[in-house]
Design a protein around this ligand. Sequence first.
Ligand SMILES: *Cc1c(COP(=O)(O)O)cnc(C)c1O
Length: 507
Amino acid sequence: MTVRKFRQADWGEPLVFELSHKGRYGFHPPEAGVGDEFKKLVPKGLAREEPAGLPEVSEMEVLRHYIHLSQMNYGVNSGLIYPLGSCTMKYNPIINEVLAGHPSLTEAHPDQDPSTVQGVLEFLYKLKQGYLSVTGMDDATLQPAAGAHGEWTGIMLIRAYHTDRGEAAQRTEIIVPDSAHGTNPASAAMAGYKIVEVPSAPEGTVNLEALKAVVGPQTAGLMLTNPNTLGIFDHQIAEIAAIVHTAGGLMYYDGANLNAIMGKCRPGDMGFDVVHVNLHKTFSTPHGGGGPGSGPVGCKAILAKYLPVPDITYKDGKYALSYDKPKSIGKVHGYYGNVNVMLKAYTYMLTMGPKGLREASEFSVLGANYISKKLMNTKGLSLPFAPEKPRMHESVLSAERLSIDTGVRALNVAKNLLDSGMHASTIYFPLIVHEGLMVEPTETEPLEALDDFIEVVKKTCELAYSNPAEALKAPVNTVVGKLDEAKAAHPKTICLSWKKLCQLTAE
Ligand SMILES: *Cc1c(COP(=O)(O)O)cnc(C)c1O
């Protein structure tokens, strides 16, 4: 295993402005050739009096600076396993990037006449068809820009449905299990609903008795992730859907974990009425760094008339845009959503094919079970919620024993993973697992990578028992050491402007 070591500095690397030397340059742009006539056209007050305060650096310095910054980061393409849980995508195929960078897409403008962008409309149309067949839905919108945005859009569809039936005033509650991702209650609350939490049963599935106790004429719907964030598939799903439907509510499927079941079963067949899928989780588009993402929302026929506009239609060999949907909830994103991301997802669908997508699910489930079986009996760790049951594409171990016995917490295990040249797993999520270590290896990691990961976690637990002080030291091999998390999360102390940063360092 190769361990990359970085210099640890209080403030990381210098900013490109700090490398600046007066008069140094890397590139001489030619004179713009605009005369004073042209300059007069610039409104007063908008023309710059002084040259812009850009850094003055040579081409070599710029190259080295940015290459170095990119190497300080850790991503899917940098090294061994990237075990972040509840995220799914650990693979960004290069062919996706090549196609998404093609000028026929990058130079197209969304205001162009549809007759001049038939290719773009065609792939969007076909992506939607593929999406419908994977999810088992009747119609969809590709507009939402993320999973959370899709959740909100989906809940607005549910709201439109109840409003249309004259039941909006009565149906005020959305039910969310306690294992849910935090975006679920947040999205439903943003759509104006009251959130009712249902506890999980000891097996990590929905507690049916608790569910029956909270559904009623006030229920607008239930939001569920299946398999859930514990990596457990809720086998009672048909019963859950029947309970909610009988009460007049609708079923929302959070598709963030779809890659556990892709090509095996479909939310539409489980009784769900609305679903979002994160293309940046299940369909290989880059994840993280704040975007762009894409969270298409599918729905059953009863909700189709409320979907956002425009629709892409296909008739007589031509693709066109249709705004003919009087009951639509309106637009939820400019134009068609993040089209560049969608082309990557479509490319992935085509390169994998139905068999490939199914195999991706099978391998990710196999990998997750391999890791959890190998680690669940390690001294200090356990697998809460039905340890005898197989997991799907992810599993959540608990380091609670380790923390009680040695003072070494899930956080410290994560920091030791960083020191070993790996990405940390997700920690302290979902909230129902104490000292949670959530691991989602996905289908792309080879067996040796899984073994390396298992070895690092085991060694960290052994070190915790033999020399806890040493285990608590990590990270020492990373670009920055342990961050002051309270300070980093405080809006008044966090400072993102380089001049201020310099002032702070000076103090
Ligand atoms: C990631 C995730 C979300 C939110 O999706 P974003 O695309 O990050 O907005 C919702 N639910 C679950 C279970 C998730 O893992």
